[in-house]
Design a binder for this molecule. Structure first.
Ligand SMILES: NC(=O)c1ccc[n+]([C@@H]2O[C@H](COP(=O)([O-])OP(=O)(O)OC[C@H]3O[C@@H](n4cnc5c(N)ncnc54)[C@H](OP(=O)(O)O)[C@@H]3O)[C@@H](O)[C@H]2O)c1
Length: 322
């Protein structure tokens, strides 16, 4: 629950102001955390009719973000994915404006896809990226542009994101889930609240600088941080756990080799890479404590929040005149 994150997080300095470029699923979660902790937040969306749209920013649109609206922004997170050519929409349109801000921390949400296939082995930030899929090559290109931007950047590499309204529980309930078994295949994941929590933790930590020099002169560079939970696991494990939480039947078991040809090209790419991504830097070196360290804890939270959200929708609107 976000309330748990709020309880254990410290506010930023009183002059801090947060800009979230792309108030989608992860961006809105960070915005909610910031607001709950008393930091003024500005969230961009591609339509001003969207939830929590404070400012309009669509890199393909005609309207330009007014630099005056961003005055005093000290922290920023970009969640906006690369464009089709592999360019970063934020850097293409806003780099000059961002450079003029008194920024203390800039976060960029990337993907662990930049590591490519590791045949089930562990991979950390110390390993060179080796993207194979076009979308991961585009992503690495954007990471490199952010690293060259001159902004106080930290790259957060994310695996599959889940959370309330967006988990295998919902897939099972809606009859969309498929129980596919592929020997040795695991996936990593992160609960959306831990993305917000990690961003907040890194903002505080960066007050000490993204680089740290140890007593023996070793320089630790933390400009890239994996944000993943502790337990890479097969999707079948998640679905089995989800079905027991919901008390519902599992879909029929399918063997990967038998259905590969009938899968969409996109789904095939999803299954073509296998890696265990380490969170040692985030959790040991930088001291972040995961709110949802594994899918069991995380799915229980999703179930609780989904139930609360459903009951909110069913309740009649509260009277405002007592
Ligand atoms: N979903 C996953 O499992 C996963 C895994 C690893 C990494 N990632 C990456 O992590 C980031 C956050 O993921 P998410 O699931 O929170 O993303 P999301 O909900 O899709 O949010 C993306 C945001 O980017 C904005 N956006 C997209 N194209 C834009 C453009 N051309 N100009 C301006 N704004 C644009 C969207 O605007 P609107 O709000 O108007 O839609 C939205 O606010 C994304 O970059 C995603 O690719 C996702």
């Amino acid at each position: 629950m976000l309330a748990d994150l709020v309880k254990r997080s410290q506010p930023l300095a009183s002059d801090a102001k947060l800009l979230v470029l792309g108030g989608g699923y992860s961006g809105r979660c960070l915005a909610s955390l910031g607001r709950a902790l008393g930091t003024p937040v500005l969230c961009t969306r591609r339509s001003l009719d969207a939830d929590e749209a404070d400012l309009l920013f669509d890199s393909n649109g005609q309207d330009h973000l007014d630099p005056a609206a961003l005055e005093g922004v000290t922290h920023l997170l970009s969640t906006i994915p690369p464009d089709r050519e592999g360019n970063d929409p934020v850097l293409s349109k806003l780099l000059g404006t961002l450079r003029s801000l008194p920024l203390r921390w800039a976060g960029y949400l990337s993907t662990t896809g930049v590591y490519g296939d590791r045949q089930g082995g562990w991979v950390s930030e110390n390993d060179d990226p080796a993207p194979e899929l076009d979308r991961s090559i585009r992503r690495l290109n954007c990471e490199q542009d952010w690293l060259r931007s001159g902004l106080p950047i930290q790259i957060l590499r994310l695996p599959g994101i889940y959370g309330p309204g967006r988990s295998v529980l919902n897939g099972l309930q809606q009859g969309r889930a498929r129980l596919i078994e592929k020997t040795g295949q695991v996936f990593c994941r992160i609960h959306v609240e831990d993305i917000a929590g990690a961003c907040w933790h890194l903002m505080h930590h960066t007050e000490q600088g993204a680089q740290e020099t140890l007593g023996n002169g070793t320089v630790l560079n933390r400009t890239v941080v994996n944000v993943v939970d502790d337990v890479p696991a097969p999707t079948t494990d998640l679905l089995r756990h989800a079905s027991s939480l919901l008390g519902c039947a599992l879909p029929q078991l399918e063997q990967f080799d038998e259905i590969l040809d009938s899968m969409s090209p996109m789904a095939q790419t999803f299954w073509s890479e296998n890696r265990r991504v380490s969170n040692h830097r985030l959790c040991q070196e930088l001291g972040y404590r995961l709110l949802h360290p594994n899918y069991r804890v995380g799915l229980q939270d999703c179930l609780n929040q989904d139930k609360l959200n459903a009951s909110d929708l069913r309740s009649p609107p509260r009277s405002t005149n007592g």
